[in-house]
Design a protein. Sequence first.
Length: 242
Amino acid sequence: MTSQLFAICFRATRPSDLAGFWSGVLGWEVAGGPDEDAAAILPPDGSGFRIRFLPGQEPKAGQNRAHFDLTSASPEDQRRTVARALEHGGRHIDVGQLPEEGHVVLADPDGNEFCVIEPGNKFLADTGFIGALACDGTQEVGYFWSEALRWPLVWDQDEETAIQSPDGGTKITWGGPPVAPKTGANRLSFELALPSGTDWQAEVGRLVSLGATRSEAGEGDGERGRVLMFDPDGNEFFVQRP
């Protein structure tokens, strides 16, 4: 058995507040207590990944390397999603999108970009409300994550890649070159978990053999129970210890 995508993690100045925003936008349940140290929201059907919000005070430097693309069933549905995001504290932002483009670009209260995609997008037709986690990354890193999670490639063209769980759901995409230089720790990162009975050391070794590196700092962020690693593009990710 191999690693499973347990969570997509946000570094947040006020984790509980950001959890409340995304809970309101997505309709996912907030898990955990009311303190601001950490929070999480859970998908309504209990499958797939959760979203975790962890404390972090680093200032935002440029656009994030990853953002959510939310899907729409109709123009009215897209407008409702945008209105709900604005009601909960989101805002419109300009990242160079053209007037004729149908998606709406927003930022959450912490400045993290996300898009509400127009209806009729065929690439996201077989996903869910979170159609994609769209990442700035190389073809190599797409291949790495396909092998790491054992998710098949569903797109591999012109150095752009995408993977999707065999069970369906959200796609993870990488846009290919040019990839902007990395400045500081990413605000969004993956957290992997291992099925019961898996050899943790062997799995970490497998990830290294695929191109990951392990942080010399060990757990990295001070959280017990997680080891910090980096994918081939230098993006942080965590592997839960047993």
